[in-house]
Design a protein. Structure first.
Lengths: 89, 321
């Protein structure tokens, strides 16, 4: 199963408030503000996780239906891919 | 859910500033390391990673690096060569502190403060360097490994930091409260020993006295010291003009006093531009600020002198307690 992991090179991040994360992509000096639910997924992506594990994280964290969580996870993965922040293994 | 947010909260903005600061910290430290200059990170990320746990946020506004006194000039040269701007270039030695502030190049400006020593350390700069480099720890800042002083020295730093700023900023107070709460009494005892060797006990006491848990710690450590009025003024956030008066009183000889007063009344352009950011670049605004400053001082001088007298009495009472 494909594991998704945040790129380690040139990517710095920290928590802003609660689960909110801000990240700095040093390759093109772009800041990213990640909202609470994205921030909930962030530590899993730092460690490396499958899509299914990410969905479970949101379902457990927010008590939302699997389908909604899957939609959120896919959207988030897409936005990270758009910025070339994910590595797949 | 999105990785980008159109509007930023205050916390997000502060966190982004910290990322920028960390990035500059790592960049500067790497340049220094390449030049064989050893540095210690005194505050900022070193305090955040030490005292704040998961879910607790500690933001910071600049970079504070301690440099070996014999490599200080070389370090400044490196910053200059890399486009950093010395904010007090052209100021007299009298106007300079032991900390030199440099502004990074580029769009996102970050202040890098190079320290020869730390606030109110009485011992020579070399002694502080030896003491703080005797035992160090490493932390990761923006993926870069940096040295910071050991916990004992960091206890002293957070106390002296509050002694310098008093209640002006909330973060140093929070740092000190957490350090008092979370660091073992044995470590604090060792910190007092370091303060003794560095002739910084009065300043440490002045800092600890600012917060209630710090006062309690002083009692536990049986720590007391006569706090000079100059330190009392800083710790109590009394306008620093009182400190100028205190220093004026300490200057010997009429000629010396007149010289000191003239330097304070007519500081250099560099100092004025540093102190009053708004006048950067404009000669007329600079002149107007000089005039405003002098006029305000002379109009307020009777009340300033009266306040100074009261401050001295308060400082004496605090020491008598």
């Amino acid at each position: 199963m494909t594991r998704l992991e945040l790129r380690q090179d040139g990517l710095q991040w920290r928590y802003a408030e609660g689960d909110e994360v801000v990240a700095l992509d040093l390759t093109d000096s772009v800041y990213l503000a990640i909202n609470q639910s994205g921030g909930r997924l962030w530590p899993a992506l730092v460690q490396g996780a499958t899509r299914e594990e990410l969905i479970t994280t949101l379902v457990d964290g927010y008590g939302i239906p699997d389908a909604d969580a899957a939609g959120d996870v896919d959207g988030f993965i897409a936005s990270l891919d758009e910025r070339d922040l994910l590595v797949r293994s | 859910m999105s990785a980008a947010s159109p509007s930023l909260s205050r916390a997000q903005f502060a966190a982004m500033r910290c990322l920028a600061i960390d990035s500059v910290t790592a960049d500067v430290a790497e340049r220094f390391r390449e030049a064989g200059i050893r540095t210690l990170l005194l505050k900022g990320a070193s305090i955040a990673q030490w005292l704040y746990r998961d879910g607790e946020t500690r933001t910071y506004g600049d970079v504070d690096l301690l440099i070996s006194p014999d490599r200080f000039d070389h370090a400044e040269k490196i910053l200059e060569e890399n486009g950093f701007r010395h904010l007090l270039a052209g100021a007299t030695p009298d106007e300079m502190t032991s900390t030199h502030s440099w502004l990074s190049p580029g769009e996102e400006k970050v202040m890098v403060e190079l320290h020869r020593t730390f606030h109110h350390i009485g011992a020579p700069d070399e002694d502080l360097w030896k003491e703080f480099t005797l035992s160090t720890e490493t932390i990761l800042v923006a993926g870069y490994e940096l040295e910071m002083p050991a916990e004992v020295a960091r206890c002293l730093i957070v106390a002296l930091h509050v002694g310098h700023h008093g209640k002006e900023f909330s973060w140093p107070l929070r740092d000190l409260a957490l350090a008092v709460d979370r660091v073992s009494i044995d470590t604090w005892i060792a910190a007092v020993s370091v303060a003794r060797r560095l002739e910084a006990v009065p300043a440490m006491v002045a800092g600890l006295r600012v917060i209630e848990p710090g006062q309690e710690l002083c009692r536990k450590l049986d720590l007391s010291a006569l706090v000079p009025t100059t330190l009392f003024i800083e710790a109590e956030n009394i306008p620093l003009v009182m400190n100028d008066l205190e220093r004026l009183a300490a200057v010997t000889g009429l000629r010396g006093k007149i010289g000191f007063a003239m330097r304070k009344l007519f500081p250099t352009r560099s100092w004025m531009r540093y102190r009053y950011h708004a006048i950067d670049g404009s000669g007329i605004r600079l002149l107007a600020t000089y005039i405003y400053r002098l006029t305000a001082f002379f109009i307020r001088s009777p009340s300033i002198l009266l306040t100074w007298r009261k401050v001295r009495q308060r400082a004496a009472r605090a020491n008598a307690r």
